[in-house]
Ligand binder design. Structure first.
Ligand code: PGA
Length: 253
């Protein structure tokens, strides 16, 4: 079956009102109907993204969400708040959150459940470090990260989620997984989901890690790569638009 391709730009800790405006206006002005597109912006810019992108083909969202809906959790932002600002997506468990902010698998699974309950589609990020890959642990690490959802909130969550495979060694390093390496892990993820009783054919699996205009088409041509989670290249309008176009072209082949 043909899944719709999706490219999501993860701005990370980047942006300013003026530069955001030109980037968002460039995205709004061009649209590739053959694939979906979204930007994940820092929280303070959600209102700006909503104002500029409303009615366009570009969705917006956030990069993290609290596992709690409300209460005494200083500094947190909840899924109902994101929903109120029109967020369609939120990343959970990005490797930078896991490594720098000590988010463990169970916390990430609870964040995923909170997002879903609030009506925001979670993009669950998984992936191995270089040491784990070299030790032959890639499949085991990815399985452990996904299994936390099965053991916690439950497999039903996958039916309406997006999963992003992002090998940590490929993030921001310029070292992309080869299309074959990405396909191998994406195939394993889909098989795992099937084994857990999820209708895996409908779950979009994005690849992330140094996706650029120059490598996007070959990655998106792989049968189980349904698009990309794009960091650095999503900050440059022409580059991100080329990646979106590559997804649209791959999606309509
Ligand atoms: P990158 O980041 O494209 O800059 O490697 C990807 C990500 O962290 O989502």
């Amino acid at each position: 079956m043909q899944r719709r391709k999706l490219v999501a730009g993860n701005w990370k800790l980047n942006g300013a009102l003026a530069s955001n405006r030109s980037l968002l206006e460039a995205l709004r002005g061009s649209a590739y109907a053959g694939a979906d597109c979204a930007v994940l912006v820092p929280f303070p810019y959600l209102a700006q993204a909503g104002e500029i992108l409303k009615g366009s083909r570009v969705a917006w969202g956030a990069q993290d969400v609290s596992e709690h809906d409300a209460g005494a959790f200083t500094g947190e932002v909840s899924a109902p708040m994101l929903a109120e600002f029109g967020c369609r997506y939120v990343a959970v468990g990005h490797s930078e959150r896991r490594a720098l902010f000590a988010e463990d698998d169970a916390t990430v699974a609870r964040k995923m459940a909170a997002a879903m309950k609030g009506g925001v589609t979670p993009i669950l990020c998984v992936g191995e470090t270089l040491a784990e890959r070299e030790a032959g642990q890639t499949a085991a690490v990815v399985e452990r990260q996904l299994k936390a959802v099965v053991d916690g909130p439950g497999t039903a969550l996958f039916a309406q989620a997006v999963v992003a495979y992002e090998p940590v060694w490929a993030i921001g390093t310029g070292k992309t997984a080869t299309p074959d390496q990405a396909q191998e892990v994406h195939g394993q993820i889909r098989a795992l989901l099937n084994r857990w009783g999820v209708e895996a054919a409908v779950v979009p699996l994005l690849y992330g890690g140094s996706v650029k205009a120059s490598n996007a088409a070959s990655l998106f041509a792989m049968p189980d790569v349904d698009g990309g989670l794009v960091g650095g290249a999503s900050l440059v309008a022409t580059e991100f638009l080329d990646i979106w176009r590559a997804a649209a072209e791959a999606g309509t082949r």
